[in-house]
Every structure is written in C-alpha cells, then in structure tokens.
Design a protein around this ligand. Structure first.
Ligand SMILES: *[C@@H]1O[C@H](CO)[C@@H](O)[C@H](O)[C@H]1NC(C)=O
Length: 369
C-alpha cells in the first residue's frame, strides 16, 4: 500500500512536469523558429562580436551614447573594406551601414519604411508620430505636416537658431585656449532651446539655466531609451518597470507629457483668441499678423487633411513630442561630432570659416530680414 502511494505520487509529479515542459516548448517555439530563421539569413554578413545565444553581442556594447558611437567607429574601421557589418543585440540582428554607396539606396527608397524593433521603446513617450508610425498613418500625417516645412516658415525659425547659436558661441569662446573639453552638453542645451521655441513656441533658456525639469527629463529620457535599446535583459516591461531605471523612465514620462499637454492647451487657447479677434477686426479673410513668432505647434493646431479633419489632441501631442526628441537628439550628435572634427582639423576649419565669411560677409549672426 505504502509503495503504491509513492508511485502515484511520482506519477503525478512526472505528468505535471511533462505537461509544463510541453507548454513551455510550444509557447516558445515560434520565438526560436524566428530566431533561427534570422540567424540563417544573416549568416553571410560578417559580425562584430561573438553572438552568444540570447544576448548576442550585447555584453560587449558600451551603454552611453557617445562611447557606443565611438565603439561603432572602431568596428567599422577594422572592417572598412566590407560593405556592411552585423551586430546582434539579444535575438535581434542589426546591420551597420557606413559607406555612401550602401546608405543611399536605403535612404532613397520607400521599401523599408517600418521602423526597427528598437523604436518600440520610444512609443511610451512619442506614441505613433511621424518617427514611429508607418504605412497609411505615416503617409497621411506626412502630407498634412509637409507644408509646415515651407521655406518661408523655416526662415522665421532661423532667427531663433541665430539667437541661440550666439549664446553657444559665447559659451564656447569663454573656454577657448584652455585645453580640450567635451562640448556635448553645451551643444545639446543649445539644440533643446532651439527646438523648444520652434516646435512649441516656448523659451526655456536651457543654455543659461540647465536645471529646468522639462529639459532634464528630455535629456534623461533620451539617455534611458538609448541604454535600454542596447540591453536586451531590460526589454521586457515587467522587468524594466520594476528596476530603478524603469521607475526613472516613468517619472520622466509624466514630466514630459504634462509639459506638452500644458503647452498645447495654452497655444490652442491663444490661437482661438487670435481667431476671434481677427474675425472682429476684418472680415476679408486677411489674417492679422501678430508680432509673436509662430511655432510648429500652431501649424499643427490649424492643419486639416483632404477630408477637412483636423488633428486630434492626442495626434498633436504625438507630433510635438516626436519633434522635441527628433529635433534635438540627432542634431546634437551631428553638431557635437562636426565641432569635434573641425577642431581636430584646423586647416579644414579655416576653409569652412572662409566660405561662411565669403557667403554671409563678416557680420555673422545678423538678423536675416
Ligand atoms: C561628443 O564629442 C566628443 C568629442 O569631442 C566625444 O568624446 C563624445 O563621445 C561625443 N558625445 C556624444 C554623445 O556623441
């Protein structure tokens, strides 16, 4: 009797284990099939790291943006003669292109419109705006927004750029001749001041006062997202949101969204007021020119699609947040490295300087009429 009970016991345990294993196997099978398929397709492309199972090359990668970029440069220098190289982050392959001939066909074609998996981590902040959306949504949004980039409108933004660049130059020149330093923060704050005023019509003066909560949140958020993208163990939400980084992410998200929410409400009210007073003053449809500079946000509040529908409040926030991120992150990185390269090659810097002087005359930073 005792023996029988022991056997039943064992049988129950074994059955339970087999059932569990089967469930596990079946539920993960699609993942592994996909992983293997990608691995097979990507095999001919030379990789930069050991590509360990599940983590890929992630253990090798530098978490910070600047260091990571430097690392990519090193990879591409070693493998300069190859058209492209491959990097595995977790179970995801990424291709690095670094020759004009391999970049051009990608940029000039609309075949690869869907954004890669890593953009997913921008969704909580940016929603599905111009950067993250695809297909029909992207196309109709793009059509609505394109007129905002008309030359006449951009010329108005140039004043903002000149004002802020002037502050940046003053800041940089106070450090000239005192040895090398990393200018990334200075450049980032300048880019943020410019995008804040041109996208939302708000002057935040980040360059002179870098402890604005909103600016800190943008900067931290961009950094947190870049880090998460490179660490596959932070990908699952249920892990990330329980970690310190995830909590910081959520706190910043609240600051970012409430700032844009508030700005949109304010500007919407202003547009409404302006419209009401314009209607009262003249009814021949001529818009009264206000002294205030218009911002990208003002145009979003006015645009309509072919059917005459305007953007919803949520749509507008998506685009404003998108421009706040995309309008400073890539720009700051490009400016940072351009300044670095110009500084490292004084003969080239001299040539660029001369070309600018020849084109604009010696008086730079004058207001363009
Ligand atoms: C900015 O440029 C400096 C070189 O001056 C470089 O060391 C740094 O990593 C760069 N930062 C970023 C975030 O690209």
């Amino acid at each position: 009797m005792e023996l029988l009970r022991g056997e039943v016991h064992l049988l129950v345990w074994v059955t339970a284990a087999v059932v569990l294993l089967t469930i596990l196997l079946f539920s993960t099978a699609p993942f592994f099939t996909d992983y293997f398929r990608k691995w097979r397709i990507m095999r001919p492309i030379p990789g930069v790291g050991p590509n360990y199972p599940l983590v890929g090359d992630a253990l090798l990668l530098k978490p910070g943006g600047g260091d990571f970029f430097q690392q990519i440069i090193e990879f591409t220098e070693v493998l300069r003669n190859l058209p492209l190289i491959k990097l595995w982050i977790g179970p995801m392959p990424f291709l690095i292109v670094y020759h004009a001939e391999t970049i051009e066909p990608l940029l000039s074609s609309s075949k690869h419109m869907d954004k890669s998996f890593a953009y997913k981590f921008l969704h909580p902040w940016l929603g599905l705006g111009l950067l993250t959306s695809t297909g029909e949504k992207w196309r109709s949004r793009r059509k609505m927004i394109t007129p905002s980039f008309h030359f006449a409108i951009l010329a108005e933004f140039l004043e903002v750029m000149n004002e802020q660049s002037k502050i940046l130059v003053e800041k940089l020149s106070s450090r000239a001749g005192k040895g090398s330093f990393n200018c990334f923060m200075d450049v980032t704050l300048c880019a943020l001041d410019i995008i804040c005023e041109t996208a939302m019509g708000r002057k935040i003066q980040a360059q002179s006062n870098s402890d604005s909560d909103y600016i800190k949140a943008i900067y931290e958020m961009s950094d947190l997202i870049h880090r998460r993208q490179k660490m596959p163990w932070l990908w699952p939400d249920f892990i990330y949101h329980n970690l310190k980084a995830g909590k910081k992410h959520n706190k910043n998200l609240e600051i970012l969204h409430s700032f844009t929410d508030q700005t949109i409400l304010e500007r919407a009210q202003e547009v409404k007021n302006a419209k009401a007073s314009a209607e009262n003053v003249d009814d021949d449809g001529e818009e009264k020119k206000s002294k205030k500079r218009s911002a990208f946000l003002d145009m979003l509040l006015k645009v309509t699609d072919e059917a005459g529908n305007s953007l919803s409040y949520k749509d507008i926030r998506e685009e404003v947040d998108t421009f706040m991120f995309e309008g400073h992150d890539t720009t700051a990185a490009a400016l940072n490295w351009s300044l670095f390269l110009l500084g490292s090659h004084p003969e080239v810097q001299k040539k660029v300087h001369k070309e600018l002087d020849d084109t604009f005359g010696k008086m730079v930073f004058q207001k363009i009429p």
